[in-house]
Design a protein around this ligand. Structure first.
Ligand SMILES: NC(=O)c1ccc[n+]([C@@H]2O[C@H](COP(=O)([O-])OP(=O)(O)OC[C@H]3O[C@@H](n4cnc5c(N)ncnc54)[C@H](O)[C@@H]3O)[C@@H](O)[C@H]2O)c1
Ligand SMILES: [Zn+2]
Ligand SMILES: [Zn+2]
Length: 398
C-alpha cells in the first residue's frame, strides 16, 4: 500500500510498504477514505525531527471503512462499518479510561519514554504506531476506539472527530468560560477556528481571536469573533495589553493557546530551535528534552493577557522540559492553567449530535481549504506549513 513517510527535516514522501495485518485480536484494519494533516504533524515535519527515523508513517486524523476485525473487537465493529479513528489509542477499560482520561490510557502508555497513551503516527515517543496518512491503517484497541458513523454525508462531517473537534472542545471546556463571559483564542489554525465556533456554541458572550494570517482572521470573524492581528503589534506585552484594553481594562475570563511550540514571536527561542535542527539526532533529542526549546510567545501572551483570577487553557503542543515560565506573574495574577492531549472519546458523544445536525452548527464543511490525493501530500505539508494559497486545513484522499 501507499503511505506518507517522514524522510528528514521538512521532507516527506509517499512510499510503498506491505499492507497492515491484524496482529492482536483487538485490532481492526481500516481502508482509509480521508486523512487530514494536523498542526501536530508540522512539529514532526520540523522541530521534532530528532525523534523520527526515515520511513516513519505519519498521520493521526483518519477515517474509513472497516476491512477486517479481530475476534476481540467483533463486539464493537463489523466489516463495512464507516468509522472515525481517534488519534489517541485507548483501551476503554483501564483506570485512566474509566476516569475519562483517555489520553493517559494505562494499557497503551509508552512507559519507556515516560509518556501517556500511544498515538498514531507520532514517533518513538508515542509508541511508534504507523500513522493514518496511508491507504490502510491497523487500529489497535479497536474494541473501544473507533467511532461508528452513518453513511450518506461527506467525510469532512465526521473526520475532525478524530482530533481537532474534541481538542477544541476540551480547550473550551478547560477554559471554563462563564456564561456570557469572554474568551480569547490564540492561534486561528484548524484547532483555534473550531475553538471559536465551540466557544460560541457553549455560551461565551464574546470571543477574540488572535493570529496574523489575514484569511484565518477573516474566517474567525465569519463565526463571530473579534480579532487582533499580532503582526501589527510589538511584542508579548503589547499583545497582552491590547487584549486587556479590549476587555474592560481587565482582560478575558479565559485564554486558549491553540498555537504551541512553534509560535511566531519576538523571543530568541526560534534560533535555538533552528540550531537544534542542525545537531546529530542523539544530541538534539537531549537538547529538545532537557532544555528550553519551545517558542513560548503565544503561551506568554495567553498568560499575561488573561484577567486576574482567569484560566489559561493550553491545547497547543509543547515539548521542552525546562521552559522558563513567568512564575511571579502567574502566581500574582492567580491564574489557573489546564492543558494536555485531548481525551478524544471523552467528548465525542457530546459533539456527535452537532456533526449529525444537517444545519452543521460547527461548520465542519467550512474548514477544509484543500483536498489532495495522498500522492500530493508533500505539497499539502508545504502549503499548510507556509499557510500559502489560503491554506487552513488539508484533507488527503488515499
Ligand atoms: N492537545 C491536543 O490534543 C492537540 C490536538 C491537535 C493539535 N494540537 C496542537 O494545537 C496547535 C494548533 O494546531 P493547528 O492544527 O490549529 O495548527 P496551525 O499550525 O495551523 O495553527 C497555529 C496558528 O497559530 C498562529 N500563531 C503562531 N504564532 C502565534 C502567536 N504568537 N500568537 C497567536 N497566534 C499565533 C499561526 O499563524 C497559525 O495560524 C498545534 O500546536 C498542535 O500541535 C494539540
Ligand atoms: Zn492532530
Ligand atoms: Zn485505557
Amino acid at each position: 500500500m501507499k503511505v506518507l513517510t517522514w524522510q528528514g527535516n521538512q521532507n516527506v514522501e509517499v512510499t510503498e510498504v506491505p499492507d497492515p495485518r491484524i496482529q492482536e485480536p483487538t485490532d481492526a484494519i481500516i481502508k482509509v477514505t480521508s486523512t487530514a494533516i494536523c498542526g501536530s504533524d508540522l512539529h514532526l515535519y520540523g522541530v521534532l525531527g530528532p525523534y523520527l527515523k526515515p520511513g516513519d508513517v505519519l498521520g493521526h486524523e483518519a477515517m474509513g471503512i472497516v476491512q477486517e476485525v479481530g475476534a476481540g473487537a467483533a463486539n464493537h465493529l463489523s466489516v463495512g462499518d464507516r468509522v472515525v479513528v481517534p488519534f489517541n489509542i485507548s483501551c476503554g477499560h483501564c483506570w485512566m479510561c474509566g476516569h475519562g482520561l483517555f489520553a493517559q490510557c494505562e494499557t497503551t502508555q509508552v512507559r519507556d519514554e515516560g509518556k501517556g497513551a500511544s498515538l498514531f503516527g507520532y514517533t518513538s515517543l508515542y509508541g511508534s504506531v504507523p500513522g493514518g496518512q496511508a491507504e490502510y491503517l491497523r487500529v489497535p484497541q479497536a474494541q473501544f476506539g473507533p467511532i461508528v458513523v452513518p453513511d450518506g454525508t461527506p467525510d469532512e462531517r465526521f473526520l475532525f472527530l478524530s482530533d481537532i473537534l474534541p481538542t477544541a472542545w476540551q480547550a473550551v471546556r478547560y477554559a471554563g468560560v462563564p456564561p456570557g463571559g469572554t474568551v480569547a483564542v490564540f492561534g486561528l489554525g484548524p484547532v483555534g477556528q473550531l475553538a471559536v465556533r465551540i466557544a460560541a456554541h457553549l455560551g461565551a458572550g464574546r470571543i477574540i481571536g488572535i493570529d496574523r494570517v489575514p484569511e484565518r482572521l477573516a474566517l474567525a470573524e465569519k463565526y463571530g469573533a473579534e480579532t487582533i492581528n499580532f503582526g501589527d503589534l510589538d511584542g508579548v506585552d503589547d499583545v497582552a495589553t491590547t487584549l486587556i484594553d479590549m476587555v474592560d481594562g481587565r482582560g478575558p475570563d479565559a485564554t486558549i493557546d491553540a498555537v504551541g511550540m512553534e509560535a511566531h514571536g519576538w523571543t530568541l527561542a526560534a534560533a535555538a530551535q533552528k540550531a537544534t535542527g542542525l545537531l546529530p539526532d542523539a544530541l538534539a533529542q537531549k537538547v529538545t528534552d532537557k532544555f528550553a526549546l519551545d517558542r513560548l510567545d503565544a503561551l506568554y501572551t495567553a498568560m499575561k493577557g488573561v484577567r486576574r483570577g482567569g484560566t489559561v487553557s493550553v491545547s497547543g503542543v509543547y515539548g521542552g522540559e525546562l521552559d522558563p515560565l513567568p512564575m511571579m506573574e502567574m502566581f500574582d495574577r492567580g491564574i489557573q492553567l489546564r492543558m494536555g492531549q485531548a481525551h478524544v472519546r471523552r467528548w465525542t458523544d457530546d459533539i456527535l449530535p452537532l456533526v449529525l445536525d444537517p444545519a452543521d452548527p460547527l461548520g465542519t464543511l467550512d474548514l477544509t481549504t484543500h483536498r489532495l490525493p495522498l500522492a500530493e501530500a508533500a505539497r499539502g505539508y508545504e502549503m499548510f506549513q507556509a499557510k500559502s494559497d489560503g491554506c487552513v486545513k488539508v484533507v488527503l484522499s488515499p
